[in-house]
Design a protein around this ligand. Structure first.
Ligand code: SAM
Ligand code: SF4
Length: 348
């Protein structure tokens, strides 16, 4: 892959006093907060976690429900309009339904979404929807049982299918499915997955595999690119690109499938990054704010929170972190360094 046109990541000046909202120095404004509610997971997807799992955070290291909801409230005060709960596997946080209910009580009420592997959603979709969850993205890379077990190192495909069904029944529609194609594992079954999603009314989106695995085993030459996924889908379906104006702030390139109305999305997060339009900010389960998945640093909120910081002080810390957001992730450039934390610990 050729180098991408990003300036070097550099230290930028501190946020000026009197700043409103969550702008950075390039004029981007964060409105979409991704909250990792746990770093634990019950799958071991090859692109994310090693087979043996990771050294999980101890409970005292994690934000309590009160701390988490308070920090999310500060983000909302700073202009965040969508909160996406993720992880790790968010359904493993026992208090999740209560956390959703409390976030839904914030004003202005943010939209509440969740990214999940779907295991346990058969039981939780309805209570989560009743608590205020608006949308769900379920990660499912293949509907071939052997491929699923190979890729996730667990035999849980049926649980994910049951979770998806329950999400539809609970009215969390349109149910979105996120998929990553890995060469030699599920790259040949992408069209089969699309057909399966079309048959059930799920909206499928492929995302390129990013260098965020815990093993640091990513290799650009083996990544299945968005262009390749599109070619494979085009062998079986007629894809008509929707105009970019229909994309909104979403990074997916969307296509009508066989004339529509159903669509498929393909996110070229590596080969055609959307950093210039990024409106995301992230909070880790242990209370660190990150301005980017690929950031080499983060700002601690947990320490100040536990030392008695007030909301204005927390807001300043969050603004400072966002102000120094780098222009782009720089994957493919000579000085790119993969972040220490894998996707599961940052919150995907
Ligand atoms: N466990 C939940 C799940 O799998 O949906 C939420 C956390 S997971 C880290 C969030 C999303 O990140 C999933 O859709 C997963 O496929 C994606 N992901 C994880 N590692 C990735 C990587 N290296 N490149 C691209 N996407 C990745
Ligand atoms: Fe778990 Fe999600 Fe990572 Fe898979 S992608 S190992 S389900 S956190």
């Amino acid at each position: 892959m050729t180098g991408l046109p990003f300036p070097r990541v550099r230290e930028l000046s501190p946020a000026p006093a009197g700043l409103a909202g969550l702008p950075d120095q390039l004029g981007r404004v964060a409105r979409d907060l991704r909250v990792s509610v746990t770093d634990r997971c019950n799958l071991r997807c090859r692109y994310c976690m090693p087979a043996e799992g990771l050294p999980w955070l101890a409970k005292p290291e994690m934000l309590t429900d009160d701390e988490l909801v308070r920090v999310v409230g500060v983000f909302v005060r700073l202009g965040v309009r969508q909160v996406r709960l993720t992880g790790g596997e968010p359904l493993l946080r026992r208090s999740l339904v209560d956390v959703v209910r409390r976030i839904a009580e914030l004003r202005p009420r943010p939209r509440i979404a969740m990214t999940t592997n779907g295991i346990g959603l058969d039981r939780l979709a309805q209570p989560l929807a009743a608590a205020g969850l608006d949308r769900v993205n379920v990660s499912l890379d293949t509907i071939d049982a052997e491929e699923f077990a190979d890729l996730t190192r667990r035999d849980r495909l049926h649980d994910v299918e049951a979770g998806l069904k329950a999400a539809s029944q609970a009215g969390l529609v349109p149910v979105k499915v996120n998929a990553v194609a890995m060469r030699g594992i599920n790259d040949r079954s992408v069209a089969q997955l699309l057909q399966w999603c079309l048959d059930r009314g799920y909206e499928l989106r492929f995302i390129e595999q990013m260098p965020l695995d815990a093993q640091h085993g990513w290799d650009a030459s083996t990544m299945v690119s968005a262009a390749e996924v599109r070619e494979r889908l085009a062998e079986r379906f007629e894809l008509t690109a929707l105009p970019e104006s229909d994309r909104g702030s979403a990074p997916a390139e969307r296509f009508l499938v066989d004339g529509g109305p159903q669509t498929v999305g393909i996110i070229a997060s590596v080969t055609a990054p959307f950093c210039a339009a990024c409106d995301r900010t992230r909070l880790t389960a242990d209370g660190q704010v990150r301005n980017c998945l690929f950031s080499q640093r983060e700002t601690d909120l947990r320490g100040p929170l536990r030392d008695g910081a007030d909301d204005d002080q927390l807001a300043r810390l969050i603004q400072g972190e966002m102000w120094r957001k780098a222009p782009g992730h720089g994957i493919g450039s000579a000085d790119f360094v993969q972040p220490d934390r894998p996707m599961s610990a940052i919150g995907g």
